[in-house]
Design a protein around this ligand. Structure first.
Ligand SMILES: Nc1nc2c(ncn2[C@@H]2O[C@H](COP(=O)(O)OP(=O)(O)OP(=O)(O)O)[C@@H](O)[C@H]2O)c(=O)[nH]1
Length: 266
């Protein structure tokens, strides 16, 4: 029996949320993968839905707005006073995707240099890396590659899903914003990240962004589970082969000619 309360109604995802910019999206499908949808309908999602929690790390320069981004989504709160994160902090967020429970563990890490070595010890095991920069501070975008490199040192680069997120959109004029967006899109394409721009002050795009993160992480996890169970089936067949082969060989030995043996086997 589950002791957890039901998932909040505003954390239920029934449709794949769309990307922010087509040119820097992890994928551009309009809907969840068909195999994933079928697996969810048939309740064949393996560990996803029972034990699976995806680890998400949020990294980026100091004061770019990592804590505010997480707090806007998880607590619907915004604090205009800056309080540096010391080391790390984390929030759990529960979703229901295509009827299946799914949780994200959101790790808020410190951007300040002196706390970086504590924070980096928590990078390991991340399935999603969110690199945050301030759209009003081009230097913070320039440092994104270094944050990525540090995060990937602790993780398998081929299995991590990357997001590049520009914050504080409310502080930037449309002209200023569109200039930095060009650079951000270019970088996102180069590092194969999905690009988003948000404001934690107004809440613009914050929920959409985290719904997209949860959905893509969920989809990847279910596909991995399906692959695992598929290779298990092939493995089972292979492990049965020696038996089948020995039956065939024995049958051939007992029959006086090959065509008779084949008749018996088939
Ligand atoms: N106007 C505006 N201010 C923001 C926004 N997001 C964050 N801020 C402000 O930026 C400052 C830094 O925000 P934090 O979320 O604490 O930054 P951080 O990246 O977590 O900082 P570290 O913990 O030091 O790494 C705070 O004063 C916030 O109020 C936003 O979307 N709009």
């Amino acid at each position: 029996m589950s002791v957890l309360p039901p998932v909040r109604r505003d954390r239920i995802i029934a449709q794949l949320p769309q990307y922010f910019r087509k040119e820097a999206a992890l994928h551009t499908e309009n809907d969840f993968n068909n195999k994933v949808k079928t697996a969810c309908q048939e309740q064949r999602t393996g560990t996803v839905g029972r034990f699976k929690i995806s680890k998400v790390i949020v990294v980026g320069d100091l004061a770019v707005g990592k804590t505010c981004l997480i707090n806007r989504f998880c607590k619907d709160a915004f604090d205009k006073n800056y309080k540096a994160t010391i080391g790390v902090d984390f929030e759990m967020e529960r979703f229901e995707v295509l009827g299946v429970p799914f949780s994200l563990q959101l790790w808020d890490t410190a951007g300040q240099e002196r706390f970086k070595c504590i924070a980096s010890t928590y990078y390991r095991g991340a399935q999603v890396v969110i690199i945050v920069f301030d759209v009003n501070d081009i230097a913070s975008l320039g440092h994104a590659r270094q944050w990525l490199e540090d995060a990937l040192k602790e993780n398998d680069p081929t299995s991590v899903q990357l997001f590049l997120v520009g914050t504080k959109k409310d502080l930037s004029s449309p002209a200023q914003y569109s200039r930095i967006e060009q650079d951000a899109l270019k970088l996102a394409q180069e590092i194969r990240a999905e690009y988003w721009a948000v404001s934690s002050l107004t809440g613009e795009n914050v929920k959409e962004f985290f719904f997209r993160v949860a959905s893509l992480a969920f989809e990847t996890n279910v596909l991995a589970e399906l692959e695992k169970s598929g290779s298990r089936q092939i493995g089972d067949v292979i492990s049965e082969c020696p038996n089948n082969l020995s039956v065939i060989i024995k049958t051939i030995n007992h029959c006086c000619n090959l065509s008779l043996a084949l008749d018996v086997i088939i």
